[in-house]
Ligand binder design. Structure first.
Ligand SMILES: [Zn+2]
Ligand SMILES: [Zn+2]
Length: 346
């Protein structure tokens, strides 16, 4: 077994170095995974720009959280996994003891244990994640497909909390990987989908994912009015905001019908504020909610969706890059919001 490996260590704001570090040592309940694919994610880009994430990562630390790989070492207490197994491990696991966990809201767990370190040759999966949030990859599913499970689990939860009936019309604002997953899953659910984006390639991708209509958001267009025009003047049954800007949060509220639901899915920069018209909320009975993270049940369901072929890397992953190119990839993504994922192959 090697004792040193290459890993991408975040030191602070836009300060990332791919360098040799010690291979993590595992405890009795842990496993060690040889990373075969680690996917880039908007959250990584945010953390890269900001230099830290209050809840998820404190530098210096190895970055990356969407991964799939092979089990290469198992702790002496691990019974469910064996050497050579292909696995996906989620980036967190709940405690199952706190107020929220007891109410089935494991995504809000007060002691959510986060795990980062996917941009490395090896990653330690801590016991709690091994026990509650690690999944074997079916033989017919590739590593890059499987690594989509984590963002997909977040979106599955979002769809579940937003759509009520299969004949709902859903407006999806923002067509990066997350928005596109919403488009695809809403179509699988049976809904009619109106996709809103700025760039032609994104709109084309939304159509390939099954969007019924697309609206090109440009400076002269009122997106809310465009959605109303496509829904008999009423507005969509639900809208999902998957951009993460105050302007699009506000826009989403004007896109739904009376009694409609808005899901603020995209996280805005901290300290952001929005302004809402109280009469619209009141007289139209708009439900506003947000979605954060996922639960183990949604991770399991995400694996089923991937296994069934409904979400695959060919639609969400644009190319492969070696770990040594991660800094360039991150820099590129900072100026290309909503770009597809890159598979980092350490
Ligand atoms: Zn992610
Ligand atoms: Zn908990």
């Amino acid at each position: 077994m090697k004792t040193e490996m290459m890993a991408a260590v975040l030191y602070g704001k836009e300060h990332l170095r791919v360098e040799p570090v010690a291979v993590p040592k595992i405890g009795g309940g842990d496993i060690l995974v040889r990373v075969k694919a680690a996917l880039t994610c908007g959250t990584d880009v945010k953390v890269f720009l900001r230099g830290y994430h209050a809840r998820m990562i404190v530098p210096p630390a190895v970055l990356g959280h969407e991964l799939a790989g092979d089990v290469v070492e198992v702790g002496e207490d691990v019974t469910r996994y064996r050497l050579g197994q292909r696995v996906v491990a989620a980036n967190s696991a709940p405690c199952y003891a706190c107020y929220y966990c007891r109410r089935g809201a494991e995504n809000l767990c007060e002691n959510l244990l986060f795990n980062n370190g996917a941009y490395a040759e090896f990653i330690r999966i801590p016991a709690r994640i091994v026990e509650n949030n690690t999944y074997e990859i079916p033989d017919h599913v590739g590593y890059q497909d499987a690594a989509l499970a984590e963002p997909l689990a977040c979106v599955l939860r979002g769809v579940e909390e937003t759509l009520v009936r299969p004949d709902d019309t859903l407006a999806v604002i923002g067509l990066g990987p997350i928005g596109l997953m919403f488009v695809r899953l809403a179509k699988v659910y049976g809904a009619r989908v109106i996709a809103l984006g700025r760039r032609k390639p994104q709109l084309d991708r939304a159509l390939r994912m099954g969007a019924d209509e697309v609206i090109t958001v440009t400076d002269g267009v009122d997106p809310a009015r465009a959605v109303r025009q496509l829904t008999g003047g009423r507005g969509a049954d639900a809208a999902v905001e998957a951009v993460g800007t105050p302007a699009t949060w506000e826009m989403a509220v004007h896109m739904v019908r009376k009694g409609g639901k808005v899901n603020f899915f995209g996280g805005c920069p901290s300290e952001s504020r929005i302004t809402l018209d109280t009469s619209v909320l009141h007289y139209s009975e708009i439900t506003c909610k947000a979605s954060f993270h996922h639960t183990p049940a949604h991770m399991r369901r995400a694996m089923d969706v991937i296994s069934a072929g409904n979400i695959s890397a060919q639609d969400f992953v644009k190319g492969e890059e070696p770990l040594t190119n991660l800094l360039e990839v991150m820099r590129y993504l900072t100026s290309h919001n909503g770009h597809l994922k890159t598979a980092i192959i350490p």
